[in-house]
Design a protein around this ligand. Structure first.
Ligand code: HEC
Ligand code: HEC
Length: 406
């Protein structure tokens, strides 16, 4: 595998060079569709760390750059502690039944093991719940939205959103939810500690700021791969995993073009680099031979309306990938073995039913999705390498776990 130094970082060769054309150039918008005008105050942060709050010291794994943190929501230990309590609190839903963690479980690298997320009212999401590992580095949020770029804006979607589904269902029940939070004794100290300059800090705006702060601490970079790559432990990977790594980085498999760099995705942003918003069509569908993806879930085109954006989605990080099945934006691939089959075929063929079509011939497919022949041994080696990206310390880190008495 070709690892090269880029801006002081060791990354897989090809990061930055990977392109299916220019990255998406969309002006940022102040808020998102699902946000609620009554609680949105995007610029209303503390404007600096308030007296009495403690800056949060990132202790980043080797090879990891510094995440960007918005100036109006500086990271403090107190906000992280509050955000962790809120992330695991079912009172943060319209009917008291679901928390963020209900769809983002730590043991599964903050995914839920289902093809689709299920909201508090039982509605089924059209998309697969994403991992939150290293989400502090996500260039854009969710599977295919080029303008949703901060964790603050994103948190409003599950909290207040009703389209495509009700997730936490807080819209219209803001007062009840705030009353439920106010009734919890712990919050009577956690909120003032996190926002010491505010007279009445228990607000939904501050909930959003605290949730974003906690999520910025979900850093995963202590896998066997990292011990091998960054700590110089030559024995951290098996011979099979090393072969799998070579294949992963080869011009035959092409994986590294979109899953390169420290976070195994080209969809990263951090301090000191311009944000690039990249999305790719991997040939998962080709309904009717004209390139279509299933209606209602067609990727970037749903946002931009540009025909060639059909089927384009964000390349997910592959960190902890062993724990985040099922795969793809719609959970339509069950195992890593089948993911490799999809790529080896240069796109998935569906032989019958409403989605029938030959993905390999999708006219909007990325030029890096090419078919290749791979022996069963080499396929097993690639999968063994992908398993070396599992970070047990992250999956069991007590500081990221449910803080409430069980
Ligand atoms: C009903 C299940 C569900 C709940 C509850 C939920 N999420 Fe999610 N989450 C999802 C799904 C599904 C996606 C992908 C959405 C999409 O692409 O449209 C997602 C995406 C995300 C992302 C984007 C990750 C990335 O890499 O782009 C973040 C961040 C996130 N959720 C945080 C949260 C937070 C914070 C909460 C609580 C306020 C929460 N989620 C509640 C299902 C859920
Ligand atoms: C052209 C860019 C590109 C290339 C090349 C590529 N991928 Fe991907 N990968 C993506 C995108 C985009 C997705 C999400 C697609 C979707 O959900 O429709 C994805 C999804 C995945 C997933 C599922 C992730 C999840 O969380 O659901 C795995 C595993 C994966 N790729 C592994 C690989 C491997 C192994 C290779 C090389 C054989 C490879 N990829 C090559 C862009 C790429």
């Amino acid at each position: 595998m070709k690892w090269v130094a880029v801006g002081g970082l060791v990354v897989a060769a090809g990061l930055g060079a990977c392109s299916d054309g220019p990255s998406v150039d969309v002006p940022p918008r102040p808020s998102v569709d699902a946000s609620d005008a009554t609680v949105v105050d995007p610029d209303g942060g503390d404007g600096g760390i308030a007296d009495g709050a403690t800056p949060y010291p990132f202790s980043l794994p080797k090879g990891f750059p510094t995440p960007s943190v918005p100036a109006n929501n500086p990271l403090t230990k107190e906000k992280v502690a509050l955000g962790r309590h809120l992330f695991y609190d079912k009172r943060l839903s319209g009917n008291g039944t679901l928390s963020c963690a209900g769809c983002h479980e730590q043991a599964r690298a903050f995914t839920d093991g289902r093809p689709f997320g299920i909201g508090s009212t039982g509605q089924v999401h059209r998309r697969n719940s994403q991992t939150l590992a290293n989400v502090a580095y996500a260039a854009t949020m969710t599977w295919a939205n080029p303008v949703l770029t901060t964790l603050e804006e994103q948190a409003r979607v599950p909290m207040f959103g009703i389209d495509p589904i009700v997730e936490l269902g807080i819209r219209g029940k803001e007062d009840e939810v705030l009353a439920a939070l106010r009734a919890e004794e712990k919050y009577s100290t956690l909120f003032p500690a996190a926002f010491p300059a505010q007279a009445d800090p228990l607000t939904l705006d501050n909930v959003v700021r605290a949730l974003a702060s906690f999520q910025r601490t979900l850093i995963s970079g202590r896998s066997a791969f990292d011990r091998y790559r960054y700590d110089g432990d030559a024995n951290a990977l098996t011979a099979e995993q090393k072969r799998g790594m070579e294949l992963f980085g080869s011009e035959t498999l092409e994986c590294f073009h979109c899953h390169g760099g420290f976070n195994f995705t080209d969809a990263v942003a951090f301090e000191g680099v311009p944000v690039e918003r990249r999305f790719h069509n991997t040939g998962l569908y080709n309904i009717g031979g004209a390139g279509a993806f299933p209606p209602g879930n067609q990727g970037l085109i749903d946002f931009t309306g540009v025909a060639s954006d059909m089927g384009k989605f964000k390349a997910p990080t592959l960190r902890n990938i062993e724990k985040t099945a099922p795969y793809m934006h719609d959970g339509s691939i069950a195992t890593l073995d089948e993911v490799l089959d999809h790529y080896a075929a240069g796109g998935r063929t569906i032989t019958s039913g409403p989605y029938a079509g030959v993905g390999k011939s999708n006219p909007f497919k990325s030029g890096f999705i090419v078919s290749f022949t791979i022996s069963p041994e080499d396929k097993a080696a690639v999968i063994a390498f992908l398993r070396s990206l599992t970070d047990e310390a992250f999956l069991t880190d007590p500081s990221l776990s449910n803080p409430w008495p069980q």
